[in-house]
Design a protein around this ligand. Structure first.
Ligand code: GLU
Length: 305
């Protein structure tokens, strides 16, 4: 497995030249565009890591899967899906347009910003700090690490520049979908997006999803099976932004990407994969990461769709 990852790492590295690092959150612009890390955690609990797999980066949109799993665990499925749909949009992740034009006037799914902000608004806790800390503890359970941190520079950078997300949140407030204060809810959302992980962490969480809630490294259940399945289903249809359909056809694995350059992919019963490559294509997905996942899927016959 390690040799395969090493070879694919060498083959996919050049694909970073087809992308560029996100800069709409200013602090993200300092990432090394040529970085590429690949990690796998198998169903037997073996961990493989190559290249920049131990480089930390912010989880960004991948947090939306963990936040969904967290709120489903704490409050139940209905708490989320009475306020957010389960349908793909085909629009960019931060689009606001359908909130006004769709008949249901609720976000289409929890993996676009509008849906994710509603989910952040449901997180239990006394303050944004407390909610953020509890969320990080939950992520720590999934990835087997107690010291999950937030990248303070990225958090403050997003908080200081998020006009689009503020617009979305105020619109959600007007639709009566945010129980708390707008700025506090956004604070929780920025905190969750700024959680710092590496590709191995993503592979580890993906392995939990691939085994319907069992962590293969510790051999323990850390998530309800139903929760893991809901997350994976939404990852198939909505996980790769408006590139989800193409990814399903080309790679055929439930996956979620983030603008920090991460992708997590869960191969049913076989392995979790984590990728880091901060140069993004025009849909916001890691360019080298996509290339590597295409090659891995082909080489190891990982397609589950
Ligand atoms: N914090 C980012 C935002 O809301 C997350 C976006 C992403 O990774 O897609 O813009």
């Amino acid at each position: 497995m390690k040799e395969i990852l090493q070879r694919i790492h060498a083959e996919s590295k050049h694909a970073s030249a087809h992308g560029s690092v996100a800069s709409y959150i200013p602090a993200l612009a300092s990432a090394r565009p040529e970085a590429l890390g690949l990690a796998a955690v198998t169903a037997e609990g073996k961990i493989f890591a190559v290249g920049d797999a131990r480089t930390r980066f912010t989880i960004q949109s991948i947090s939306k899967v963990f936040a969904l799993a967290y709120v489903m665990t704490e409050l139940g499925e209905d708490a989320v899906f009475s306020r957010v749909g389960k349908e793909p949009t085909g629009d960019p992740f931060n689009s606001i347009i359908r909130l006004e034009t769709s008949a249901g006037r609720k976000p289409f799914n929890p993996l676009i910003n509008a849906g994710a902000i509603v989910v952040s608004g449901l997180m239990p806790g006394f303050s944004p700090e407390d909610k953020g800390a509890r969320f990080r503890a939950f992520v720590g359970q999934l990835i087997g690490r107690k010291d999950v941190e937030r990248d303070e520079a990225v958090y403050l950078s997003e908080k200081g520049t998020a006009a689009r997300n503020r617009s979305i949140a105020w619109f959600l407030k007007e639709l009566d979908l945010l129980p708390g204060e707008v700025e506090e809810t956004l604070d929780v959302y920025f905190r969750q997006c700024a959680v710092s992980v590496d590709a191995v962490d993503l592979a580890r969480a993906a392995a939990v999803l691939c085994l319907d809630g069992i962590d293969p490294v510790r051999g323990e259940r850390v998530l309800e099976a139903r929760t893991a399945r809901v997350c994976k289903s939404l990852m198939v249809t909505c996980g790769m932004y408006d590139g989800s359909g193409e990814f399903a056809v080309d790679v055929g694995i439930p996956a979620k990407s983030g603008v920090g350059g991460g992708i997590m992919a869960a191969v049913r019963d076989r392995m979790g994969l984590g990728v880091y490559g901060p140069a993004l294509d025009d849909r916001g997905n890691s360019a080298a990461g996509l290339d590597a996942l295409r090659r891995l899927s082909e080489e190891l016959d990982l397609r589950v769709l």
